[in-house]
Design a binder for this molecule. Structure first.
Ligand SMILES: *Cc1c(COP(=O)(O)O)cnc(C)c1O
Length: 223
């Protein structure tokens, strides 16, 4: 783990941008060390892994779920998750709402958009999302709170392209805010930027950067 890099990233972020330390595939000891250093927000992308870490680690950690979420895994995170960044379908949102009802809570969620020039990334198109937001059934979901949007840029060295994609997400955020959430102060998060591209994301208005490998080092997917 690179505490100096962590400090440098923290120091570089403007006041309105929070850091989600992405600890997926990293042991609880690494999270604990960063917690001791003051970090409270951690991001995971596997529901069972998050459940285990939640059980082992201090209870005031804010757990953010950032990966593709299967409906049969919601139960592992619903009791305590602070923010789900990755709502990518109406069906998923409805299921999250059901689990939130069971747990007697309101679960904050972000709508994930497909902004990258890659087939593999999950997310809504603007059209699909607006269809959901205009559906009367959407209004009935009282146990989810939409706090904003999330997206991932294309994995490329072309910084102009990355900037364009983040800018596009910013425009989507602004449009949804104006057309669907004008009176809703909760709709304020623009989750974008990872280890390789967060400085550009911050310049384009990110309020939540999700940074893993720059802090924790490269991930070993074979463990
Ligand atoms: C893994 C992951 C990150 C962090 O990626 P790094 O390149 O390690 O900073 C951010 N967002 C999502 C959705 C991820 O899955």
């Amino acid at each position: 783990m690179n505490i100096e890099k962590y400090d440098e990233i923290r120091a570089s972020l403007p006041a309105g941008t929070r850091l989600v330390a992405v600890s997926k595939f990293k042991p609880a000891e690494d999270i604990s060390a960063l917690y001791q250093h003051g970090q409270r927000v951690f991001g995971e992308n596997h529901a069972q892994e998050m459940r285990e870490k939640h059980a082992q680690l201090p209870q005031d950690i804010e757990w953010h779920f950032i990966g593709h979420l299967q409906t049969n895994k919601i139960k592992y995170i619903a009791p305590y998750v602070s923010l789900i960044h990755s709502i990518d379908s109406f069906d998923l949102l409805k299921e999250v709402n059901k689990h939130a009802v069971k747990n007697g809570r309101v679960i904050p969620c972000l709508l994930q958009f497909h902004i990258a020039d890659e087939e593999t990334k999950f997310g809504f198109s603007l059209e699909e999302c607006e269809e959901m937001l205009q559906n009367p059934e959407f209004q009935e979901l009282k146990n989810v709170a939409i706090h904003g949007v999330m997206g991932m840029a294309t994995f490329t060295d072309d910084q102009g392209q990355v900037r364009g994609e983040f800018h596009h997400l910013r425009q989507i955020f602004d449009k949804l805010k104006t057309d669907y959430f004008p009176q809703n102060p909760d709709f304020k998060e623009l989750s974008m930027g990872m280890s390789e591209d967060y400085p550009i994301a911050v310049e384009e208005g990110s309020t939540l950067v999700r940074i893993g490998s720059a802090i924790f080092g490269p991930r070993n997917y074979n463990i």
